[in-house]
Design a protein around this ligand. Structure first.
Ligand code: BG6
Length: 364
């Protein structure tokens, strides 16, 4: 099956443009500048009645849930947050009737996430799924949901499923937004941007040769920080997770804003920092943080946009295509996959089956 590709992870990364197109196919409604998500099995009236959204998942699915929560707050102005399903199940969570619960899972079999579904249902809550595996346990248990159409994902490190989870949240946020106060013009802005993402992912993948050079530098480091602010903090978390999962380089994610409140103490020439610096209202602050890292002798790789002026700072940059600010995280994540993959490849590890990890954890 691995025709021409060394690893499933690589094959699955390359499939992303095609799969990202598949998840939006037939679901974007130009006439009303919204997304059609009939699989949710919830009427507009029911959807309008929710006063909060709670997103649950594990690992990468949890980090994408954080991206989803921000998207929902941005576009629909409904308070939303994400939590690790593995924690939720052990803390006697309060289940509210006017909260929409959203569980996120590639396999649909993760025990912690499935348990969260049962607990929410037992307490009378409404739970929908963002799930890849059709007919899986979670897909069968939820009230409705959004299938990801990413096809089977074999590599432990999730790539295409994760991207499609983020695309699905883009559609869910658009849908909820257009039921509330998101204008037609803003709906169109998001819808148009969603349609462009598959080609833009391809553009990032086409930059592979350049990213390989930087991954080789990452492979040499003992420790790495991934930093990102607000919408980009989940990008940093996912990037750090990928690097540690498959290359075993110690990596931690921090919100860029927190750097000065502690982690800056660890910056020295042996520390590599991957900084997510998008072109947005916080660019200057993010560039300032990069400056602080450099001033302490740290090395920096910036995942950024071509329009960002890094003020001549001595950093390696990876420019990704610009989307709308709300959707930028989807594209800013892609280089972190290539960085982790090529770092692991350089170090000669078993990329598809990292030590101590399973593709889906179906036991407690
Ligand atoms: C973890 C896997 O155990 O489960 C991660 O190692 C994955 O790669 C997570 O993101 C969630 O899996 P799923 O199938 O529920 O999305």
């Amino acid at each position: 099956e691995l025709t021409g590709h060394q690893h499933y992870m690589y094959k699955e990364m390359l499939e992303q443009p095609e799969k990202a197109a598949a998840v939006i196919r037939g679901r974007l409604d130009d006439r009303f500048a919204t997304a059609r998500l009939n699989g949710l099995n919830l009427t507009p009236k029911e959807l309008r009645a929710f006063r909060r959204v709670k997103i649950l998942g594990c690992g990468s699915a949890y980090y994408v849930g954080q991206i989803g929560a921000q998207l929902i707050e941005d576009l629909a102005r409904i308070p939303a947050d994400a939590e690790a399903a593995s924690e939720f199940r052990y803390r006697n969570p309060i289940i509210e009737p006017d909260t929409l619960y959203v569980v996120v899972s590639q396999s649909g079999e993760t025990a912690d996430t499935a348990f969260a579904v049962s607990e929410i249902k037992r307490k009378g809550g409404t739970v929908v799924g963002v799930v890849n595996a059709v007919g899986s346990t979670i897909a069968r248990e939820v009230h409705g949901g959004i299938y990801l159409h990413a096809g089977p994902e074999i590599a432990v490190a999730s790539t295409k499923a994760l991207t499609n989870m983020a695309m699905a949240f883009g559609m869910l946020a658009l849908h909820l937004g257009r039921l509330r106060d998101l204008s037609f013009a803003d709906g169109e802005r998001i819808l148009t941007a969603l349609k462009r993402i598959p080609d833009q992912i391809q553009a990032v993948l086409d930059d592979e040769a350049h990213i390989i050079d930087l991954a080789k530098r990452l492979a040499k480091t003992q420790n790495a920080f991934y930093i990102g602010r607000v919408r980009q903090y989940p990008v940093a978390r996912e990037g750090a997770q990928k690097l540690k999962e498959i290359s075993y380089v110690h990596a931690e994610a921090y919100p860029t804003s927190e750097l000065k409140h502690g982690p800056l103490a660890l910056i020295d020439p042996s520390m590599m920092t991957v900084a997510v610096v998008p072109d947005d209202e916080l660019t200057d602050r993010n560039v300032g943080a990069v400056q602080q890292v450099l001033a302490r002798g740290g090395e920096v790789i910036a995942i950024t946009h071509a329009s960002v002026d890094l003020q001549g700072l001595d950093v390696a940059r990876i420019d990704v295509p610009k989307s709308e600010p709300e959707l930028d995280p989807i594209l800013l994540i892609i280089p972190t996959q290539l960085l982790a993959y090529h770092a692991a490849l350089t170090l000669g590890y078993d990329i598809d089956k990292p030590r101590n990890l399973a593709k889906s954890v179906t036991v407690e």
